[in-house]
Design a binder for this molecule. Structure first.
Ligand code: PAF
Length: 296
């Protein structure tokens, strides 16, 4: 990773944000900004940025004086057979994109900065971390909660921005901040979709053109659930059955779950009688995708 080049390069139209690799340097810079009366908005990411991430930066810029983005592919949130090794990484492209959106500061540490030798503490987020995503990715939310808390210590911002696409992750982060008294506000921003409805995700880059077409079935099945509820059907098993039929006929390879939960929780419902979120995880080829939609 050639940060020197990245941080000093200047695009003709847009300034590249200031890049920090060292924990102490970014922390002191953020603390100094806050001491000077500025508000700081923070967007934690794993890079491979897309419009979804950039909308979070827009949110931070709109609400805060200083915007900070972290780029760190966090190894502890990947399972042993998952895609850590091939997760897309392109720091220079990410910095260019962040420049176009006016991001001020980027924190891009090396893995041993975050997890030095001997590192041995982690956060158990309880039941919330064990259901749904947690069933299929057993230590995923332990890794997410641990790195997010560490990032909040390193970048002590006023507000942190997360995308609604990772619905359960937003609940985990809100739980973590409440349970451990972390002095930061959490903002959840809407899912950003491609024009045809596919939720933006860094993992969409893995899809072939043919898989990309089949992947559309996730957002379509969520839309279908919404239409069925609007037509007056409430029974979750009936709606789930129609969604599964659509997913199967569209050629999705493996549906891991389609769950109906009380909005803002992971508590399952049997009937859509109030604000409900449908969450879905499925594999298209080797790529695992998630999406969700609020209905009812
Ligand atoms: O949503 C992500 O990209 C990651 O889970 C996060 C929050 C940056 C933690 O590594």
């Amino acid at each position: 990773m050639n940060l020197q080049v990245a941080s000093t390069a200047r695009s003709k139209e847009f300034p590249v944000p200031r890049v920090f690799e060292q924990l102490d340097a970014i922390r002191q810079t953020v603390l100094a900004a806050r001491a000077a009366g500025k508000t700081v908005g923070f967007v934690p990411t794993m890079g491979a940025l897309h419009e979804g991430h950039l909308s979070l930066v827009d949110g931070a810029r709109a609400e805060c004086d200083v915007s900070v983005v972290s780029i760190f592919v966090n190894p502890t949130q990947f399972g042993p057979t998952e895609d850590l090794g091939r997760y897309p990484r392109d720091l220079e492209r990410d910095l260019r994109l962040l420049g176009t959106r006016g991001c001020d500061l980027v924190f891009a540490p090396a893995a041993d900065q975050i997890y030095p030798a001997g590192y041995d503490t982690s956060i158990d987020v309880g039941e919330l971390g064990r259901q749904l995503e947690g069933e299929f990715r057993p230590d995923h939310f332990r890794g997410v909660a641990t790195v997010v808390l560490k990032l909040f210590q390193i970048v002590p911002a006023d507000v942190a921005y997360f995308g609604r696409k990772d619905y359960q992750q937003t609940l985990v982060v809100e739980r973590l901040v409440a349970d451990l008294n972390v002095p930061i506000e959490i903002r959840v921003m809407p899912t950003v979709r491609e024009p045809d409805g596919l939720a933006m995700s860094s993992r969409n880059a893995y899809l072939s053109a043919e898989e990309r077409r089949r992947a559309l079935a996730l957002s379509q099945s969520l839309q279908l659930a919404d239409e069925i509820v609007r037509a007056g059907v409430r029974d979750v098993e009936t709606i789930r059955g129609k969604m599964l039929a659509h997913l199967t006929s569209a050629g999705v390879d493996e549906v891991q779950y389609v769950a109906f939960v009380v909005e803002g929780t992971i508590t399952p419902v049997r009937s859509v009688d109030g604000p409900t979120t449908v969450v879905i995880a499925a594999k298209v080829g080797a790529t695992r995708l998630i999406d969700n939609l609020r209905i009812g």
